[in-house]
Ligand binder design. Structure first.
Ligand SMILES: [Zn+2]
Length: 183
């Protein structure tokens, strides 16, 4: 996988530009990766609803839960679906709106300096094999493209927003992921 640092897009990703982003305070300060999970409706996989949410086109009438969230302006840089498809919504040098109120090692507003990667999944279900492989591959591409990133600068949403967020959750296998990173 190759990242075009000029455009900020990943070569293998399906590009779906989201309006939900703005400028980083410092475009060169890309110094962390935040792993998430998301499913829409919660606990269901395979629909196009996550994409719709990030593109501000979620139909509030399609599911009772959607009425609660359709107004949200959120995004992530990447979504890795259950089948391994990678979608990219925001160029890496721009600020995606994925972490919300957050604090990482004393530094708040983690969206400023992180890349957000969503895995299609939830807190009750194992992630798929191909999701780990794709996540590891894209992580390696990011680490080799942005010099402030490192293996130590990868965390979960639950760790930077404890008490408020639980993702990627107990089924995300951190040792396995870290092992694949080195493969
Ligand atoms: Zn999250």
């Amino acid at each position: 996988m190759i990242i075009d640092r000029q455009s900020g897009w990943l070569d293998v990703a399906e590009i779906l530009p989201s309006p939900n982003y703005d400028d980083r305070l410092d475009e060169n300060d890309i110094s962390g990766i935040v792993i998430h999970n998301i499913s829409l409706p919660p606990g269901q996989f395979g629909g196009g609803w996550i994409t719709d949410l990030f593109l501000n086109r979620l139909d509030p009438n399609a599911h009772p839960y959607f009425a609660e969230i359709a107004h949200l302006k959120v995004s992530a840089h990447l979504l890795i679906r259950r089948d391994g498809l990678i979608q990219q919504f925001v160029p890496f040098h721009k600020r995606a709106w994925h972490a919300g109120v957050s604090c990482w090692e004393g530094r708040e507003r983690c969206n400023d300096f992180t890349i957000g990667i969503e895995l299609e999944g939830d807190d009750e279900t194992a992630f798929t094999e191909v999701q780990y492989l794709q996540l590891a591959a894209v992580s390696r591409a990011l680490l080799s493209s942005y010099p402030l990133l490192s293996e130590q600068r990868i965390t979960g949403h639950e760790h930077i927003a404890p008490g408020r967020k639980t993702d990627p959750g107990p089924h995300f296998d951190w040792p396995r992921y870290k092992q694949l990173l080195q493969a």
